[in-house]
Design a protein around this ligand. Sequence first.
Ligand code: GLC
Length: 508
Amino acid sequence: MEQVPWWQSAVVYQIYPRSFADADGDGVGDLQGIRSRLDYLQWLGVEVIWLSPVFRSPMADFGYDVSDFCDIDPIFGTLADMDELIADCHARGMRLMLDWVPNHTSDQHPWFHESRSNRTNPKADWYVWRDEPANNWLCSFTNGASAWDFDERRGQWYLHCFLPQQPDLNWDNPDVELAMHDTLRFWLDRGVDGFRMDVVHLIGKQLDQDDAPGAIKRGYPHVPFNDVPVTHERLRGIRKVLDSYNGDRASVGEVYLLDEAKMAAYYGDHDELHLSFNFSFLWATWDAAGLRAKISNTLGHLEPLGAWPTWVLSNHDVPRHRQRYGGSEHVARLAAVMLLTLRGTPFLFQGEELGLVDAVVPEAQRLDPGGRDGCRAPLPWTPDAAHGWPGTPWLPFAPEPDVRNVASMQRDPASILHLYRDLLGLRRGHAALQSGTLEMLETGDHVLAYRRCAGSQRIVVAINMGHEPLAVSALAGATLLISTAGATTPATTTGIIAAQEAVVALLA
Ligand code: GLC
């Protein structure tokens, strides 16, 4: 098969470390827990793991408030544990990406302690300080509060696009940029393969620009609008750091702009991000015509740049997609076929392979200031009451953990978990799916269908989201590779797909 870079051919699996696997029994997942479950990820066919933040943190935003970029928080383990995890992944031919949070630190970071101590210290300008709020920006997660807070000690206002405990770094200061590059090198030197870069489109800001009133969306008021030229310069600086490691390390940016054209610009000319998330696709509703338009629009903006797409449906910030799409497991199966057969790098969020919906978290147990506890529920490993968690987990499980757990579903070849595993295997085995072109097929309002081609290999994917069987002429006579309806015999399709069925088929 054609040699493509690992970050293009692989499927990435997002681990939310607090909720993946707990080795020490304190109810919070940890690095040794992850090590103990690598067999599972390998069985599933995952090639790259992305860990949500594990750096030292007071956990006001569960790790996205970092107080030391170069150490592991004790709740997750030690640097030695991380070195072991990196080595284990590499020994299995897997890659490991860490979550790097460049826009802000914790207010407990020594840099901020120093910066807020007075107006003349060496780090006085490392954060964004003003005599009065410079604009009308609101911060995330606090119901419309200002993004500016007054610091009594220093007698000035500081900017925080997220919680007050997450002051924004001042990337206009070249010393900040260099210090942040050093944090990347610290991990690259230890062998980490790349980074997911948290809200990386915020590292450039135009502070004299007010946000439009009423433009607030989905808990991130200012975030979807920040799109400033200087950010691209800074991304080129970051790319140079990554590229200095044999050109084999990669980045995926959280560019939360909800606009494919704007998002595409963050790939630069192969000199900015390797990959960018595409949140416009994530928020699209479950509707064949709408999804077809989103996918075409995304490819239309990325292809001319030679930029490689990503596809993601769930993560630790949003309600799980099975839930968003109405709750049926059928739909979750169809979504799995779509996610894993599009042209680009798919990202899976832990637990979606079990068809999880969000946990129902009683008011008294809610912890996240952004209301995101439900999708962060612990992963159920076994059917027994403990579900593979040696201590009481920090959040309740998602519904049906007695059947919707790894062990039970591994034993059931008809489970959604096996569908994910089969799809991952199919991708690995077919260049057309891993790196081939994608051509949309016109199949009416209820079927999403496309052809993937590489060399002489041609694969058709058809997903019937409607409630009637439909004919897809491109499928007739093709060899069935996967059907969500279960049976792959007879081996040749008639070209009719049932309501709520998805098929992947090889053309002769
Ligand atoms: C990103 C993260 C989210 C975090 C926020 C602030 O959106 O995914 O979890 O709260 O940035 O770091």
